[in-house]
Design a protein around this ligand. Structure first.
Ligand SMILES: NC(=O)C1=CN([C@@H]2O[C@H](COP(=O)(O)OP(=O)(O)OC[C@H]3O[C@@H](n4cnc5c(N)ncnc54)[C@H](OP(=O)(O)O)[C@@H]3O)[C@@H](O)[C@H]2O)C=CC1
Ligand SMILES: Nc1nc2c(c(=O)[nH]1)N=C([C@H](O)[C@@H](O)CO)CN2
Length: 250
């Protein structure tokens, strides 16, 4: 059944791949983006509704949320993908680094979920006017976290802490929004390298997993598909990490 899904950070990489895949499967996509790339125009031509917004700007985000509520009567799911992988040694002060990580990975998802939850609940209840049990778990919120939320990271302390906080919100929102809305985390590890990741970095990073590979966006797409089709999974985290937790240094 076609769903209307809001995805944050659709301009490139995983968010862009998710948006294109969901559009190809007949879903309606509402996307937010910070920087404009040709991919944004492409998604618009494919039927997506796209909104420019720096999610760290509270007033700008409030304005976009109000426009989304005015322009879209139906919303079945939210995928919080937007993220800034900021190392601790980045030139900003420690306080600014932590504030920036918490803003994009915690405050923005919190603001979005509280603003749009009534739309998600209404969609679930409308799924079947006769069978109230059909509303159970019919809508979704997905927080894309990171393997390091459970493990920590000595070079991305603020980033990892903010992703751990994002997963904690999965637990809180799952309890708050049940039974109509399911809330789950997807905790990836090595999905896509970045431009500029040299061969030495790639080898070192791949060696950290017992399945040493660059997983690709299809691994995230598969978990999203599963969660969209489930009516009984909530408050959980789905690790997509090549067995990083079983890595043992030689
Ligand atoms: N790639 C990987 O291997 C892994 C990814 N993940 C997680 O998966 C998700 C997607 O990863 P990936 O595609 O690599 O992410 P990227 O860092 O490549 O892109 C994230 C997107 O978020 C947007 N964004 C960043 N900051 C802001 C902001 N302040 N306001 C609005 N949008 C913003 C970026 O926009 P812009 O183009 O303007 O910068 C970009 O489109 C993220 O949550 C990430 O933490 C977790 C583990 C591994
Ligand atoms: N917003 C982002 N978060 C993360 C990225 C990224 O490119 N953007 N990349 C990683 C790494 O792939 C890491 O998982 C390798 O061990 C982590 N988070």
């Amino acid at each position: 059944m076609s769903q209307t899904l809001l995805i944050t950070g659709v301009g490139k990489r995983i968010g862009y791949a998710l948006a294109k895949d969901l559009l190809a499967k007949g879903h309606r996509v509402i996307g937010t983006y910070r920087s404009h790339y040709p991919s944004i125009d492409e998604l618009g031509q494919l039927g997506a509704s796209v909104y420019q917004c720096d999610l760290t700007h509270e007033a700008a985000l409030d304005e976009v949320l109000n426009r989304i509520k005015q322009q879209h009567q139906q919303l079945d799911g939210i995928i919080h993908n937007a993220s800034d992988w900021l190392g601790d040694n980045n030139g900003l002060s420690p306080a600014d680094t932590m504030a920036r990580m918490m803003q994009i990975h915690v405050t923005a998802p919190y603001q979005i979920n509280l603003s749009l939850a009534p739309l998600l609940t209404q969609a679930a209840l409308g799924a079947s006017s006769t069978d109230k049990s059909a509303a159970i778990g019919a809508s979704n919120i997905i927080h894309i976290t990171d393997y390091v939320a459970e493990k920590g990271s000595k070079k991305h302390i603020a980033y990892a802490a903010s992703k751990a906080a994002l997963h904690n919100m999965t637990l809180s929102f799952a309890a708050k929004f049940a039974p109509e809305i399911k809330v789950n985390s997807i905790a990836p590890a090595m999905i896509l390298f970045n431009e500029g990741d040299d061969a030495a970095y790639q080898a070192k990073t791949l060696a950290k997993a017992i399945l040493p590979k660059e997983a690709g966006t299809e691994e995230i797409i598969a978990v999203v598909d599963y969660l969209l089709g489930s009516h009984y999974v909530t408050g959980r985290s789905f690790a997509v990490d090549g067995g990083r937790h079983l890595y043992q240094s030689h």
